[in-house]
Every structure is written in structure tokens, then in C-alpha cells.
Ligand binder design. Structure first.
Ligand SMILES: [Zn+2]
Length: 236
């Protein structure tokens, strides 16, 4: 009894052993097809309500169902659980989902459905934002594989890399013109593109250590990008 429950919790928190997730070819809607112990519809008590049909509305009474806590962002956004995502498709899915669950469409419905629509809408926003940017998408995917990078640690970064970041930050601090800032910006962007390719390759090869290292580097460059934005404000 506890085994099944623990398994479900591990899946929810992304702690399922990496080998299991890594080798299982996940299709887009795997989570919505999961298991036969689907909860009943809160409104009409219909069997397996939220797990059938589109997963959002009860197929019998059409009442909006609560979000499925076992469903990850990739499943929600109808993407393969992989680092490479089709961002145009992601955007279309985001718009489609907001058309289904946005609170504006529930103003005449029950309070329960209003609350559920708020939850769905927030979840869809978070999923979209997380999967859109390579850094947050990579960190999320890593987390689903049971690997997390603690905030603010110099996770085994080599000296040479830290020196490189320090030099870029120094150059940025000394930059006096818009052109100088733009030059630094393009260097950082090129670095991020290169790292994104490396992260992609690491995930394709199931090399979570490599992905972790590359994503940590991306996070450093992302901080530099924030500094660039701040520097640009008084120049404009
Ligand atoms: Zn129902």
C-alpha cells in the first residue's frame, strides 16, 4: 500500500530514479493516461472524470476539474520530455490552454470552478515560462531526473571559468559607451548559445553530470545578462 503511494510522491517531486525516467520513452500525454485509480468528478461524482477526455473538464457534466498534481510541465504543455522543444508549438499550446482555463471564462460559474481556473491558469503560466527559456527548462528537466543545483553555490566550478566571469563583469563595470556594452552582450549571448547546445547534447546522451555543469555555467552568464540590463538603463 505504501509502496504505491511513495512511488506516486516520488514521481510528483521528480525524485523517481534517473534510470527509470531516462530509459522510458515518454510521449506527450503519458501522465494523463496514467493509472486506473483516477479521482471522481467533484461535481457529478462521475467515474474517472478528470483523467478522461481533455483532462480538464468532466466528460459527463463538463465541470472544470482541479489540476492533476502528477502531471509535469512537459505533459501539460504537450511536449516530449526532452531539452529540445518546439517553441512555436509551445506558444500555441499556451494560448490554447489559456483559452480553456483562463479565469475570464469562469466569471459566471461556481466558486469552485473559479478557484480551479485560477490554479490552472497560474500553472499554465509557470509551465510556459519554465519551458520557454533554455536555462529554466534545463534546470526543470534536471530536477525531473532527480538532480538539483542549489542556489548560490560555486558548484565545483573551475578557477578558469570563474576568472572568465570576473573579467567579463569587470569589463562591463568599466564600459563607458553603449557600443562597449553591446559588444559584451554579444559575447555573452554567443557563450549562452554554445552552452545551450552543450546542454542539449548532454541530455541526449543521458549525461546528467555534464548537463548540471553546463547549466551551472549558464546560470553564471545569466547573472551577467542581468548586470548588462542594469548597466543599459542609465545609457538609454
Ligand atoms: Zn462531472
Amino acid at each position: 500500500m505504501w509502496g504505491g503511494r511513495t512511488g506516486a510522491l516520488l514521481r510528483v517531486w521528480g525524485l523517481w530514479p534517473a534510470g527509470v525516467l531516462g530509459r522510458r520513452p515518454l510521449s506527450c500525454n503519458a501522465a494523463s493516461l496514467a493509472g486506473s485509480n483516477s479521482p471522481q468528478c467533484w461535481n457529478c461524482g462521475g467515474p474517472g472524470g478528470p483523467m478522461r477526455g481533455d483532462g480538464f473538464f468532466c466528460p459527463q457534466c463538463r465541470a472544470l476539474q482541479p489540476p492533476d498534481p502528477t502531471r509535469d510541465y512537459f505533459s501539460l504543455m504537450d511536449c516530449n520530455r526532452a531539452f529540445r522543444v518546439d517553441t512555436a508549438k509551445l506558444q500555441t499550446r499556451y494560448q490554447d490552454l489559456q483559452r480553456l482555463v483562463h479565469p475570464d471564462f469562469f466569471s459566471q460559474r461556481s466558486q469552485t470552478e473559479k478557484d480551479f481556473s485560477e490554479k490552472h491558469s497560474t500553472l499554465v503560466n509557470d509551465a510556459y515560462k519554465t519551458l520557454l527559456a533554455p536555462l529554466s527548462r534545463g534546470l526543470y528537466l534536471l530536477k525531473l531526473h532527480g538532480v538539483e543545483i542549489p542556489e548560490g553555490t560555486d558548484y565545483e566550478m573551475d578557477r578558469q571559468f570563474l576568472m572568465e566571469i570576473m573579467e567579463i563583469n569587470e569589463k562591463l563595470a568599466e564600459a563607458q559607451s553603449e557600443a562597449a556594452v553591446k559588444e559584451i552582450e554579444s559575447v555573452v549571448r554567443a557563450k549562452q548559445n554554445e552552452l545551450t547546445d552543450n546542454v542539449s547534447r548532454a541530455f541526449e546522451q543521458d549525461d546528467m553530470e555534464k548537463a548540471k555543469e553546463m547549466l551551472t555555467k549558464m546560470r553564471y552568464f545569466s547573472n551577467v545578462e542581468e548586470n548588462i540590463k542594469l548597466k543599459k538603463i542609465p545609457l538609454q
